[in-house]
Ligand binder design. Structure first.
Ligand SMILES: [Zn+2]
Ligand SMILES: [Zn+2]
Length: 348
């Protein structure tokens, strides 16, 4: 590459603090690829790190952030095989080592040396060698860049579905109508399950119905509505399965209380570090509940997510409530915080 261009990147500086910085693009080394970002979508995790000023596993400020992205290759280093300029790509935000015991068992999301890639809110991103090898996907033709960027959250949801392994036609409750909860609604409905969505916001419930929820319920923000929720599942018996997608301890507790005997609970929303919840041991034991956690995605689910989006299994545009440039990300995050936006497509 002749001369690395200048680029603009949004940096996270601390809690609620971001700054758009103009800086020289690092020159990609052999084996690396330079991608011009065409679309990055904002995510609940971005909002979380924006509020908290970082992430214990992924982000130490000052740092570029944003992790759902698609774009076009503008430079491929000498050692890069199989990729060329102008290829349209989706980049996964993590890359497993491929050799540890977890990777060998196909549980790459638990990799002992999982690398993360952040910096989607930028004009360009350098894709490190390991990501070029394991986390770069061809964007299907005809799939808009902004929908392609949704592969990341959808890959997490598909991983969650694999973990939950629900029997056909399960009567499911999804707690939380944010982007992740809504993606669960869409995927569960697409697979023929019966879906109820619970959330405090009517607008989100409406989106849930459009994505396939057959029933919606307005609940209190703190999620402590277990009895009410239980009463509507399985004619008062409780649900076959519940998916917790809020990341609030109160909702975790509610979730455990709304399934019937033999039911399963997918604990999907990550709570703040150090959080614990009360567990009704009697219920967990005598009712033989299955309680499962699910985190992140695996290469297999990332590939499937791209395929689901390309096939238009559900209307993914319903997840994106607006678009903006790099200078609009801060406002977009505030709008998400007020629940006035779902996901915003950032187009540098
Ligand atoms: Zn995300
Ligand atoms: Zn590994």
């Amino acid at each position: 590459m002749a001369k690395p261009p200048m680029q603009e990147t949004l940096f996270l500086l601390g809690p609620g603090q971001v700054e758009l910085r103009k800086h020289k693009l690092p020159e990609p080394r052999p084996g690396e690829i330079l991608v011009a970002i065409r679309a990055a979508t904002t995510c609940g995790t971005d909002l979380k790190v924006f509020r908290r000023g970082g992430h214990p596993r992924m982000l130490v400020v000052p740092t570029p952030f944003g992790h759902e992205m698609s774009g076009v290759i503008v430079h491929a280093g000498d050692a890069v095989r199989g990729w060329a300029m102008n290829d349209e790509v989706v980049i996964a935000n993590s890359a497993p080592c491929g050799v540890c015991d977890f990777c060998e068992r196909g549980r790459e999301n638990l990799c002992r040396d999982l690398h993360y890639l952040n910096g989607a809110f930028s004009e360009y991103i350098v894709v490190p060698e390991r990501f070029v090898a394991r986390s770069l996907y061809r964007k299907p033709e005809g799939l808009p860049f902004e929908l392609a960027a949704l592969s990341e959250p959808l890959a997490c949801v598909i991983h969650g579905m694999d973990v939950a392994a629900l029997p056909p036609k399960s009567d499911c409750l999804v707690i939380g109508g944010g982007p992740i909860g809504l993606l669960f609604v869409a995927m569960l409905a697409a697979e023929g399950h019966l879906v109820t969505l619970a959330d405090p916001h009517e607008k989100r419930l409406e989106t849930g119905r459009a994505l396939g929820a057959s029933q919606t319920l307005e609940v209190r923000r703190d999620g402590r509505d277990a009895q009410r929720l239980r009463a509507i599942g399985g004619e008062g018996e409780g649900f076959d399965a519940v998916i917790e997608a809020t990341g609030s301890p109160a909702a975790w507790e509610s979730a455990i209380g709304v399934v019937h005997a033999g039911g399963s609970v997918l604990l999907f929303g990550g709570c703040a570090p150090g959080t614990s919840v009360a567990l009704d041991t009697h219920l967990a034991h005598y009712s033989e509940l299955t309680l499962r956690g699910a985190y992140h995605h695996r290469p297999a689910t990332f590939g499937r997510a791209i395929d689901v989006l390309a096939r238009g299994v559900f209307d993914a545009r319903l997840l994106i409530s607006g678009s903006c440039g790099l200078d609009g990300v801060e406002e977009a995050l505030h709008a998400m915080d007020r629940r006035a936006a779902l996901k915003v497509a950032v187009k540098p």
